[in-house]
Design a protein around this ligand. Structure first.
Ligand SMILES: *[C@@H]1O[C@H](CO)[C@@H](O)[C@H](O)[C@H]1NC(C)=O
Ligand SMILES: *[C@@H]1O[C@H](CO)[C@@H](O)[C@H](O)[C@H]1NC(C)=O
Length: 381
């Protein structure tokens, strides 16, 4: 009778012992890996070019300290460093050095006079590399033929005023949808305007991207995958710390990232494929159409599906938050300054000649929509 508890106790002890040993082996491996890494880093840094002055960098440890800091802590920290080391300093945040310039003439000299040296983008970190199909989006492609091809395609095929005109029918439809939604929502006592702006921008951008008026559910689905990815990217930064190592230790988080990317492909790819299949019967030229035609001279191939997903995703992201936030601010300020609002209405009346029928359309925030999209993209590229 008494044997069983004792034996289970013994088993427990044995299990704990084994667990301890496994843990110890794990810890030792980690410590050894860190030591090897430190040695590797120390031997390679001696070969890199001399950097501007900055605080002491201890491989691994400094990166770990940075991981704990929030972005808002960066500016005050930089100010103290500039006071100590001068206007140009180098900091090692993450796996590569960043140079900060705190003097406008020096900044002008480097970014304008010597722009060719600084205009390239660094190699993407592993999680970002995955999301942009190895830097195949305009905002991360390295400076060169591929970047120029992608940028020119967007500027001349989509954002050129003549091309924007071809979307006027859908602009009006989106504007009507937005005004109706805002009118209905404003009947309740308090409401948030931003989700309606988001939705309107998504409807417009999804149409411009895939040339198709998709269902409300589909728009919501696209918006969901895009937003989830956008908001969770910072959570995956830690995976870049040392990828070979995090691929083992943080396998679950890598899988989560791959799943999110897969979810995005599942939603966007069918729309791209549909465009590929019904060649010829198209009333407008969508962004996906231009991508299907595009040839990357430098890499000597057409864009693959993965790259097209990344570019479409960039197109959708690039114009949504930027424009909706601008619209929200415009509306908030019009509410806050009634005299500005009155002046605006008067100006509109002058232009449309006292005919109030079109007024809601122009006063409605959506009137700014396309200008906003173009502005946002011009900032981005
Ligand atoms: C940077 O620009 C100046 C001219 O403003 C030029 O004299 C200098 O050679 C450039 N430096 C490099 C490294 O190209
Ligand atoms: C382009 O790809 C990079 C990753 O390399 C990503 O950080 C960035 O958000 C992407 N741009 C847009 C607008 O989605």
């Amino acid at each position: 009778m008494t044997a069983s508890p004792t034996s289970s106790y013994a088993t427990k002890l044995f299990v704990i012992n084994i667990a301890d040993k496994i843990l110890l082996v794990h810890m030792l491996t980690i410590v050894m890996l860190i030591i090897i890494r430190v040695i590797c880093t120390l031997t390679t840094t001696t070969k890199t070019a001399t950097l501007p002055p900055g605080p002491l960098h201890i491989p691994i440890l400094t990166s770990l300290l940075w991981l704990r800091k929030s972005f808002s802590q960066l500016e005050p920290f930089l100010n103290t460093l500039h006071a100590k080391h001068g206007p140009i300093i180098a900091l090692r945040i993450g796996s590569r050095p960043s140079v900060f310039i705190a003097d406008r003439s020096l900044a002008h000299h480097s970014l304008v006079h010597n722009s060719s040296i600084f205009s390239d983008r660094p190699k993407a970190l592993p999680t970002r590399k995955l999301m942009s199909s190895n830097q195949h989006n305009i905002s991360s492609a390295s400076y060169g033929v591929t970047w120029r091809t992608l940028r020119r395609n967007l500027a001349s095929e989509m954002l050129h005023p003549a091309k924007v005109k071809s979307f006027s029918e859908i602009q009006n439809w989106v504007l009507d949808t937005l005004t109706n939604r805002l009118k209905t929502a404003s009947e309740s006592e308090s409401f948030m305007a931003i989700p309606h702006f988001h939705y309107a921008m998504f409807c417009l951008l999804v149409f411009m991207c895939f040339g198709e008026r998709v269902s409300v559910e589909k728009v919501n689905q696209i918006e969901r995958v895009q937003r989830t990815l956008l908001l969770s990217m910072s959570r995956f930064n830690i995976l870049n710390f040392w990828p070979q190592f995090t691929k083992i230790l943080l396998r679950k988080r890598w899988e989560e990232l791959l799943k999110l990317r897969k979810g995005q492909e599942d939603v966007l790819l069918p729309l791209i494929r549909a465009r590929k299949q019904n060649k010829g019967s198209k009333s407008v030229v969508s962004y996906a159409d231009t991508l299907l035609e595009l040839e990357l001279k430098e890499e000597n191939h057409k864009l693959n599906e993965d790259e097209m997903v990344s570019l479409c995703s960039e197109f959708l992201n690039g114009g949504t938050d930027t424009t909706s936030t601008a619209l929200q601010w415009i509306i908030a300020n019009l509410v806050k300054y009634p005299d500005v609002q009155r002046k605006l209405v008067e100006e509109i009346r002058e232009v449309i000649g006292g005919d109030d029928s079109g007024l809601t359309k122009i006063v409605a925030p959506g009137g700014e929509t396309l200008g906003g999209v173009i502005g946002a993209f011009q900032h981005m590229i």
